[in-house]
Design a protein around this ligand. Structure first.
Ligand SMILES: CC(C)(COP(=O)(O)OP(=O)(O)OC[C@H]1O[C@@H](n2cnc3c(N)ncnc32)[C@H](O)[C@@H]1OP(=O)(O)O)[C@@H](O)C(=O)NCCC(=O)NCCS
Length: 397
């Protein structure tokens, strides 16, 4: 029997939470649902339902964010989320149908970019997404981590209450986001949601402690049984705030270990220490995935550290939004438009996402057969697409 595909309404939320919980092995409480309600935008969710009883068997949704591109350009972006299909209805093309409708709607609305974080790395390439970031978890044995004698020690960190953080953190976060590629914005609803700190989500740890600096903010919880301090949020808008906050965190005497789940690969923390190896990587995965829906709009919105003038032939088997585009860009701006002239490079729209965020080098993509270009072109592309900092989205969505 054919499934009905429809847009969600506000009253769908409890049933939607049951469907999502089944897919991800969770039981959401009514408090969870109430917390989530303010950030739930029903018109951004598509549902696949059994026509007989209306049961929800497939879901895809999205949130509206502003996202920072390398060089500081900002684009309104859809963050795709809650993608799931009931195990009873798998492998029948339900997810493909929902994602196809959702992304066609994005394109029709003029959304230039969508992003997501993937439960599995093999799912989203076929939908035109490319791995655009890297997400690293670290563990530090606090007793062995000593700061270099000449490492910065700017001070200025204080403990803060949740209310104080709620007042100060949004400004710090905005300034952090402005300099961080891949950063997604947090509006008031997201701040309330992030700081709710419900007991069910503490995973055996304490309630949150907050540290603030005029240019930074960190939240952590203590897991007494494991002698562990887990950093939950960390945003520094300046390098001074970064050093000051890490000094405070690594000074928490009774915690043997400090862990952080989103420590960028290029985080300067290891080099603040006498022994950089003490910042031990416990997991490294793909993090943010991106899908270009309007190639010229995305490429023209970022800045390029060196001048680039190249024609790229971009293939998009899923939505047919590819083509041949000439990119002309530099530190002060960029333009990109469809052309008929001979291309300098050939790649899929997902590979272009990997290149465009500066995380993955053209040389690496070419060596895996995902990008075709002559060696001098590859060198120019790598110089131009380089980003000052690694991608970090900063908010799990
Ligand atoms: C992943 C999920 C949404 C797929 O739903 P589905 O309706 O079975 O998928 P479809 O039948 O539409 O498959 C579409 C394509 O994706 C492929 N695919 C499906 N699940 C996949 C997986 N886990 N890994 C890799 N490829 C997958 C299918 O083979 C198909 O490929 P094709 O187009 O080359 O034929 C579903 O299995 C699910 O809900 N999983 C648990 C929750 C989850 O991980 N959600 C993703 C959150 S980021």
């Amino acid at each position: 029997m054919k499934l009905e595909i429809r847009r969600a309404v506000a009253d769908d939320l409890p049933a939607l939470a049951v469907a999502d919980g089944r897919a991800f092995g969770l039981h959401y409480s009514s408090t969870d649902i109430d917390d989530f309600r303010p950030i739930f935008e029903p018109n951004r969710f598509l549902l696949a339902c059994e026509p007989e009883d209306g049961a929800i068997v497939g879901v895809t949704g999205s949130y509206t964010f502003d996202l920072t591109l390398p060089g500081g350009g900002v684009l309104p972006t859809q963050g795709v989320t809650w993608v799931s299909v009931a195990t009873t209805h798998r492998w029948r093309g339900v997810a493909a149908e929902l994602l196809s409708r959702q992304h066609r709607e994005f394109a029709e609305e003029g959304v230039a970019l969508s992003v997501l974080t993937a439960s599995e790395g093999g799912i989203y390439g076929r939908f035109g997404y490319g791995a655009a970031g890297r997400e690293r978890s670290v563990k530090i044995d606090r007793r062995l981590a000593r700061f270099r004698a000449d490492a910065p020690d700017p001070g200025g960190v204080r403990f803060a209450t949740t209310d104080e953080v709620r007042a100060k953190a949004p400004d710090v976060h905005r300034r952090w986001a402005a300099r961080t590629p891949g950063a997604v914005s947090r509006d008031d609803r997201w701040w309330d949601y992030s700081l709710a700190d419900r007991a069910d989500y503490r995973d055996g740890g304490s309630a949150l402690f907050h540290l603030v600096h005029p240019d930074g903010y960190a939240s952590y919880r203590v897991h007494h049984d494991d002698h562990l301090c887990r950093v939950v949020d960390f945003f520094a808008a300046t390098d001074e705030a970064h050093a000051a906050l890490w000094r405070a965190l690594l000074g928490i005497d009774l915690a043997r270990f400090i862990t952080a789940d989103a420590c960028p690969v290029d985080d300067p923390l290891p080099f603040l220490l006498e022994d950089p190896r003490q910042v031990r990587t416990t997991e490294l995965k793909d993090g943010l995935w991106a899908r270009l829906l309007d190639v010229p709009a995305v490429l023209a919105a970022r800045r390029y550290p060196v001048e680039i003038d190249a024609v790229l032939e971009v293939a998009d088997a899923f939505l047919g939004l590819g083509g041949r585009f000439r990119l002309r860009g530099g530190p002060d701006g960029a333009s990109c438009e469809p052309v008929a002239s001979a291309p300098d490079g050939w790649l899929s729209i997902g590979t272009l996402a990997s290149l465009a965020f500066g995380t993955h080098r053209g040389h690496t993509l070419a060596r895996s057969g995902m990008l075709e270009a002559a060696a001098p072109v590859l060198r120019r592309l790598d110089a131009a697409f380089a980003a000052d900092q690694e991608v970090r989205h900063g908010t799990h969505f």
